[in-house]
Design a protein around this ligand. Structure first.
Ligand SMILES: [Zn+2]
Ligand SMILES: [Zn+2]
Length: 312
């Protein structure tokens, strides 16, 4: 009898554990995820750090939403466990090449999986021409494969949605995505994106100088993923290269120092700040502490110094 009661207790405990673990895994599966694919600012390639060029992934209800396509993004998606035939939505923040150099090749790489799904792409003016021009660049190969291998036409799989003003970018049952114009001279069409999913709100700054309107846009978000520049390293760089005063001017006018990133996060009142798009991103001597100390002067929340393939 005791054995039987023991058995029943054990069985019912096991059943509730199993139910619990199923619920937990269902929640984990549907939880909105952020995966940093590339965290180095600028178009240069480096082996001095493990950072690759800019790209960020948000996964909502198991559907990937890719923000920016820096060089190496296809490989980074695969490394993050996202098969390229799952690619569904792409968002471009602005048309500096560290954010779009692999845009066309990524469309191509998704197409040659032979099971690509429809891809919707959103971004500022110039995106439609860039898409068309990439398919022209690969026209010989694409036309050959269509005729020779009977594959689908990739030009019909991609829908481009260009915009030249901030607003609602797209909305579906899982997520609402809005944009905010940020400050990235001389580029005027540079945008931040906000993802409001059921369980999480996430803001991606794109490239920007200190922009109080971005803090307003990010109000109440759970996570702010913000670009960052470490001024002491910039000064060092300038001293080593006397001819780079114009580079210094460009960097200071169009990116955000660690102190100012902290200011924006504090004004926005976000819980978690994730640093990405590190400038310089190829200097291994800059420690995580150095990246965060300036931020911490102005922001009391959680600071995460981003790394490639880190999930938040
Ligand atoms: Zn950039
Ligand atoms: Zn830029």
């Amino acid at each position: 009898m005791q054995n039987r009661r023991q058995f029943l207790i054990t069985a019912s405990t096991a059943a509730s554990y199993s139910l619990l673990s199923r619920t937990v895994s269902a929640q984990a599966k549907n939880r909105t995820r952020i995966i940093l694919l590339g965290t180095k600012g600028g178009p240069t390639l480096t082996t001095r750090t493990s950072r690759t060029n800019p790209a960020t992934l948000i996964v909502v209800n198991d559907v990937p939403y890719l923000i920016d396509c820096g060089y190496g993004v296809s490989r980074q998606l695969i490394s993050a466990g996202i098969a390229l035939n799952r690619l569904r939505y792409i968002f471009i923040t602005h048309h500096h090449s560290d954010h779009n150099l692999e845009y066309g090749p990524l469309l191509y790489n998704a197409w040659v999986t032979s099971q690509p799904i429809k891809i919707d792409v959103y971004g500022p003016t110039g995106l439609a021409k860039m898409t068309h021009d990439f398919f022209e660049y690969q026209k010989f190969d694409i036309d050959t494969r269509i005729a020779d291998e009977g594959v689908s036409d990739p030009r019909k799989l991609v829908t481009v949605h260009e915009f030249e003003a901030a607003g609602t970018t797209m909305e579906n049952a899982d997520v609402k995505i809005t944009s905010c114009r940020v400050r990235h001279p001389p580029i005027t069409q540079s945008y931040a994106y906000r993802f409001d999913a059921k369980d999480r709100s996430i803001v991606i700054s794109g490239d920007t100088a200190y922009a109080p309107e971005l803090a307003e846009f990010a109000k109440g978000a759970d996570v702010l993923v913000h670009e960052v520049m470490y001024l002491p390293a910039i000064e060092k760089l300038i001293k080593e290269h006397a001819a780079s005063t114009r580079l210094r001017e460009h960097l200071l006018a169009s990116h955000t120092s660690t102190e100012d990133v902290g200011r924006i996060a504090a004004q926005a009142g976000v819980k978690t700040l994730v640093l990405t798009h590190f400038v310089p991103g190829d200097d291994p001597s800059i420690t995580d502490e150095q990246w965060s100390e300036g931020v911490r002067k102005n922001f009391r929340g959680r600071i995460i110094v981003g790394k490639d393939l880190m999930e938040i």
